[in-house]
Design a protein around this ligand. Structure first.
Ligand code: PBG
Ligand code: ZN
Length: 273
């Protein structure tokens, strides 16, 4: 993805300082371990790459919110978001990994825990594990409505996390189903989510709007890697004006009802507004 790279921790600190100087409120971390294995060990290791990155950021920079993506696909050798048993992702067994990961992030100092795996019951399991470990004040931002989308393609390449077999349709949502998103959000809120997110953003503006009307909690939208890449490619070809396209795309997401937006354009957009 143009302008984006995997960062070492020292470069991450530099990036964080730039973001803060630009007035960006926070950032979200995705970890890529040296070694991936079938147990996603790197996801919940006390000295894993994400845990070390959180500690370094919190130590070096004040006033920058550190959100952590909680999922297993960047850490598993097979690239699935959970425990694979008999060729299938085992929902309930995965909850244990997610809960351990969330607690290790909170212990390292993460401000917000953002589970993106879409396993059933994960918000409840994470909330309980956080509370049991004394992290009552660490909020959960749930990727509550996450569709099984082709628009994640560039991210998976960047994070080396494409599934080695099958796909994610047994846990992510069917793009044709708008009402299921509302059920998923309601369940996550019952389980204790503090904030919710819809993902992708621009192809799902109707879902953002509907969620805004039904649920009175902070609502985010994730402008994903494929959305970013399409705009960058069109600009590179001279087909679209980059800055105006960035602003119009973000404005449309905001107009649909998102309170906050996760976007790979954050640094550039911060200089435009
Ligand atoms: C991990 C995760 C993914 C993205 C965010 N968290 C990939 C996936 O579900 O395959 C995608 C983000 C993007 O495309 O920008 N589960
Ligand atoms: Zn995943």
């Amino acid at each position: 993805m143009p302008g984006h790279a995997q960062l070492s921790i020292d470069n991450l600190i530099r990036e964080g300082e730039e973001c803060k100087a630009l007035g960006i409120g926070g950032l979200i971390l995705f970890g890529i371990p040296d070694q991936k294995d079938e147990f996603a060990s790197g996801a919940y290791a006390a000295d894993g790459i994400t845990q070390r990155a959180i500690r370094a950021l919190k130590q070096e920079i004040s006033g920058l919110l550190v959100i952590t993506d909680v999922c297993n696909c960047e850490y598993t050798s097979h690239g699935h978001c959970g425990v694979v048993k008999n060729g299938d992702v085992d929902n309930d067994a995965t909850l244990e990994w997610l809960a351990k990961t969330a607690v290790s992030h909170a212990a390292a100092g993460a401000d917000i825990i953002a589970p993106s795996d879409m396993m059933d019951g994960r918000v409840g399991a994470i909330r309980k594990a956080l509370d049991d470990a004394g992290h009552h004040n660490t909020p959960i931002l749930s990727y509550a409505a996450k569709y099984a989308s082709v628009f994640y393609g560039p991210f998976r390449e960047a994070a080396e996390s494409a599934p080695q077999f099958g796909d994610r349709r047994s846990y992510q949502m069917d793009p044709a189903n708008g009402r299921e998103a509302m059920r998923e959000i309601a369940l996550d809120l019952e389980e204790g989510a503090d904030m919710i997110m819809v993902k992708p953003a621009m192809p799902y503006l109707d879902v953002i709007r509907e969620a805004r009307q039904r649920f009175d909690v902070p609502l985010g939208a994730y402008q994903v890697s494929g959305e970013f890449s399409m705009i960058m490619a069109a600009a590179k070809n001279g087909w679209l004006e980059l800055d105006r396209t960035i602003l119009e795309s973000l404005t449309s997401i905001r107009r649909a009802g998102a309170d906050f937006i996760l976007t790979y354009f954050a640094k550039r957009a911060a200089q435009l507004f």
